[in-house]
Design a protein around this ligand. Structure first.
Ligand SMILES: [Zn+2]
Length: 345
C-alpha cells in the first residue's frame, strides 16, 4: 500500500506469509484499555454566542497589519485538549500584536455529546469532519452535521494565511506535527518546532483533512497549515503540549512577543512512505507498538493481516500512530523514514 513517496521501488511492507506462518494463530486483539481521563470538557458557553456571525468562532484583530492565524480545535469532537487551550487564551484576553487571530471550536455538535462513560463515541456525529476538506466535497449537494458545520466555518478558513489544527491521539505515542505534503507545511511545522518531531504525509484515502484543503495543499500556495497531534486524548500533558505549541506558533508569526524562550531544538523530520491498511478483520500487531517507535532492522515483523505479514521495508522505520485495533479498511499504521538531508528545512 505504498503511497510512492520515497520508499525504494519494490520495498513493500506487505508480504505474503510463508505457509508455516499461516499455521500460527495471530494474537487476540488487545482489549480496549481504560483510557486515562485526567481532564474534563471545558465550558465553551461564552464563545458560542454571536462574536462574528458564526457560533464558536472568535476573532481578534490588531491595528498593525500581519498574518491571519487560525487555530482550530474540536474538528474531532472528543479531542478537547485543544479546546481547553483556546478557552484559556480567550479567558486570558489574549490579543494579537499584529494581524488577525481566529479561534474556531469546530465540531460543537459532536463535542456536546461527549460522555466519560463512552469517550470515543463522540469523535463525530455523522461523518469524520477531517475527511471532507475539498472544494468539490464542500460544494456538493450532500448534507451532514459535519459537512454543514465545515461550510459554516469555511469563510474563515478561506482567509487564513496560517492554520494549525489541534488534535490528540487515542493510542499512546510521541507528540508530533503533521506537515502534509507541501514544503510550506514543513517549513511552518519546523519553525514551530514544538514538539520537535515533524512528519510529512499525504493524508488519508478516506478523504482530505483540513490541512489538505486546496488553499494550503496547493504547492504554489503562499498559505500554510499543519496538524498537531499533542499526545493522548484526555491527559494533562497533552493540554500543556498543545499550549506550548500554540504559543510557539503565535510567537513565530509575530502575534505574541518573541519573549525569552530559548530557540527550538532541532526537529526530527520524517516522511510517510507507506500507509498500511487492514485488509482483514484479523489484523493483529505482534505487540502493542507505540507511535514514534523506530524499528532499527529492515524486515522486522510488525503485524499479521490474514495471509499477509507486515514487515518494516527499510531500516530505522518509524511507526506513525499505530491503531492497535483497526477495523477492516482502516489505516493500521503509517511508516515513515527520515528525510534526506537535502530535503530537510
Ligand atoms: Zn483528531
Amino acid at each position: 500500500m505504498s503511497c510512492g513517496t520515497g520508499s525504494r521501488p519494490g520495498a513493500s511492507p506487505r508480504v505474503r506469509a510463508r505457509p508455516k506462518f499461516l499455521e500460527t494463530l495471530p494474537p487476540p486483539p488487545p482489549a480496549l484499555p481504560a483510557f486515562a481521563q485526567e481532564i474534563t470538557p471545558p465550558d465553551l458557553s461564552p464563545w458560542l454566542t454571536d462574536h462574528c456571525g458564526i457560533p464558536g468562532v472568535v476573532h481578534h484583530e490588531a491595528p498593525r497589519p500581519g498574518p491571519h492565524v487560525v487555530l482550530t480545535a474540536l474538528v474531532h469532537g472528543n479531542e478537547f485538549a485543544g479546546a481547553i487551550v483556546l478557552d484559556r487564551l480567550l479567558r486570558e484576553r489574549i490579543r494579537p500584536n499584529r494581524g488577525r487571530l481566529s479561534l474556531i471550536f469546530a465540531n460543537l455538535e459532536a463535542f456536546a455529546r461527549f460522555t466519560p462513560d463512552n469517550p470515543i463515541a463522540s469523535r463525530f456525529v455523522e461523518e469524520d469532519m477531517n475527511r471532507v476538506w475539498s472544494r468539490q466535497i464542500l460544494s456538493s449537494p450532500r448534507h451532514s452535521v459535519e459537512l454543514d458545520r465545515a461550510r459554516a466555518i469555511l469563510p474563515v478558513i478561506e482567509t487564513a494565511d496560517i492554520l494549525m489544527d489541534l488534535h490528540s491521539m487515542l493510542w499512546p505515542g510521541a507528540p508530533l506535527i503533521l506537515a502534509g505534503a507541501t514544503e510550506s507545511g514543513r517549513r511552518l511545522s519546523t519553525m514551530i518546532g514544538d514538539p520537535p518531531l515533524v512528519v510529512a504525509d499525504h493524508g488519508h484515502k478516506a478523504g482530505p483533512r483540513l490541512i489538505d484543503y486546496e488553499r494550503f495543499a496547493d504547492p504554489d500556495s503562499p498559505y500554510a497549515a499543519c496538524l498537531l497531534e499533542a499526545g493522548a486524548h484526555w491527559t494533562a500533558n497533552t493540554v500543556e503540549t498543545t499550549d506550548s505549541a500554540v504559543r510557539a506558533l503565535l510567537r513565530h508569526c509575530g502575534l505574541l512577543p518573541a519573549g525569552t524562550t530559548p530557540p527550538a531544538t532541532t526537529c526530527r523530520q520524517l516522511m510517510v512512505t507507506d500507509i498500511v491498511t487492514a485488509h482483514t478483520p484479523g489484523f493483529r500487531f505482534v505487540r502493542p507498538f507505540r507511535g514514534g517507535e523506530v524499528i532499527r532492522r529492515r524486515g522486522t515483523l510488525l503485524a499479521q493481516d490474514g495471509p499477509d505479514e507486515i514487515r518494516t521495508p527499510y531500516p530505522d522505520c518509524m511507526l506513525v500512530m499505530p491503531n492497535l485495533r483497526p477495523s477492516r479498511g482502516q489505516t493500521a499504521v503509517r511508516l515513515a523514514r527520515r528525510l534526506p538531508a537535502r530535503s530537510r528545512i
